[in-house]
Write a protein that binds this ligand. Sequence first.
Ligand SMILES: [Zn+2]
Ligand SMILES: [Zn+2]
Length: 194
Amino acid sequence: MAHHIIVRNPEVTRTCTRCKQTLPISIFPTHKDRRARCRPCWREIRRDKYIKTNTPEERSKMAAFNREWHHRNLENGKCRVCSQARMEYGQYCETHYIQQAARLNIGKCSLEDVEILKKKFEDQGRKCFYTGEPITLGMNSSMDHILPISKFPEQRRNLQNVVWTTRNFNWFKRDFTMDELLFLCQSVINYFNR
Ligand SMILES: [Zn+2]
Ligand SMILES: [Zn+2]
């Protein structure tokens, strides 16, 4: 059966109005007021603003305060973001681990998004979507895009396209689509059973 993939946003690249670079759409914020500039440009804008509105003394005071706060949380076995108890692996509570991991994989991640990803993890029975191996968050957990974002950049922020896998399996899957993956696995099986 052929799968029909509805591509809602056919735009794959965009030219940033600030740095004039043409970049993958996943590098741009989704909010309509921000999407004209790329994320690295927004980071520079925020940093410039921070430097302009705070004196060097204020900045070093804030940095020292943050460092101290994170350090104290880590020393006391707490999450470095919210100071709740942290998971067995890593430096975060479950919520902030998922949020940090999602920020790397899908971009901005609200606490509602975290709840969706948590529910997904439970619905998968805390197992790898592809292999059924048990997953421990922060230890061997990884987030995978079923439709790989290198081929479907508009699917980066679609949580329905995200599943939990083991780190090993995600590494193995690379940017294969489901069809490519199954074809490869079947080829190995066929060849070794010949
Ligand atoms: Zn830019
Ligand atoms: Zn936390």
